[in-house]
Design a protein around this ligand. Sequence first.
Ligand code: P71
Length: 473
Amino acid sequence: MPAIAEPYRIKMVEPITMTTREQREAAIRAAGYNTFLLRSEDVYIDLLTDSGTSAMSDRQWSAMMMGDEAYAGARSFDHLVESVRESYGFPYVCPTHQGRGAEHLISRILITPGQHVPGNMYFTTTRVHQELAGGTFHDVIIDEAHDPSSLHPFKGNVDLDKFQALIDEVGADQIAYINVAVTVNMAGGQPVSMANIRAVREICDRYGIIMWSDATRLAENAYFIKEREDGYADRPVAEIAREMLSHFDGITMSGKKDCLVNIGGFLAMRDEAILTKARELVVVFEGMPTYGGLAGRDLDAMAVGLREALDDDYLAHRIGQVRYLGERLQEAGVPIVQPVGGHAVFIDAAAFLDHLPQDELPAQTLAAEIFLDSGVRAMERGIVSAGRDADGNHRHPKLELVRLTIPRRVYTNSHMDVVAESVIRVFQRRKEIQGLKFVYEPPTLRFFTSRFEPLAADAALEEGRPEPALAGA
Ligand code: P71
């Protein structure tokens, strides 16, 4: 493989701080062992998320300077609509402050309480809004998605039999819509094939079911289709993305990923009746239908960014960088979700810390340990993220993962080397690591603000030993 360098050069830099082990111990303790609660200043390499963390291009910054901040009728909105029409092929757009704003609106519009919403694996904010609207989420992703070692090239695919079985069970009229995520975040950034999208469309047409997409990482999905699906190798990614989206009735978009902006989102659709409803709701919850809670300059940055993200050279480097980190970890025997996905390397924390039962929160523990080792911040995607079911019990997801999420256009492969070395160091002393327990848990989306303590503190107390250094205060 020839080396792929960044298809851009650096015009502005942001210094980052390096910390001592002592400083990191104090920081993670103050954060209740939750990497969401760390102060960014205490973080060396921030792989918490690829959401809103992209570096914008000079073209985006100059578009921002031209933003139209009129309350109504701003031309920035027209720029976004033009860009979405051209790149995604949807005639109608309703901006929102970010992805979950769009999820809120579409859930209210399409779900009648009591209805069902199939999807290819859950996403936290998506499912919450479906449930708040009175819907019940059903996972219809293929089984391979739940198996970290399966090498299926399209682990995001919808299992057509599961989808059909749900239709047979509840009746097509009780299905509000199907939500197909491209790529699937919680499965490890795994793509959906064009053939699968077409097959889902056929079922939807047969039963009159609305086919929606969470298109948050659609550019990365299109790149995987180019790489892996017959007949697409010579097609520009932008064209593949257009074809993918041509099968959907509409999308929710978190612009913070594949629109390369720090804030923003939107709904886009073909049906004018859905647009009308979205406009009725957006004024209540977000802002005027022409700005949806964003500044004019944010709309302009998004209009430019969504085109840039569909560039073949950008994507080859982007996906290549994520893969580079994944391969370094794999060579050292660190268990990761395979194949490496589009936006992140997911460490299989259940296999990494196989001496910890899931109730001792292996992924939360591992994320804290990686931070302690090097100041690299990762994110828990396991039992803590999955929350509790309607009866108040922990959900036990099959995947117990730590996500090393790569921001777009921000870090170099030297940063990836530092990350790999740190994870490998922690791996080498994994047997010494003890789990965590909850000390504070909020009622919804608990991963954001929960606080934890090391179980080692309990054990030490019971045995009358002094607490280990990390467990105090
Ligand atoms: C990510 C995020 C941001 C996030 C959200 C919740 C918990 C932790 C971090 C956001 C997504 C997403 C998909 C597939 C919708 C949203 C919501 N992802 N769909 O991965 O990945 O978008 O953040 O703009 O509201 O770190 P929003």
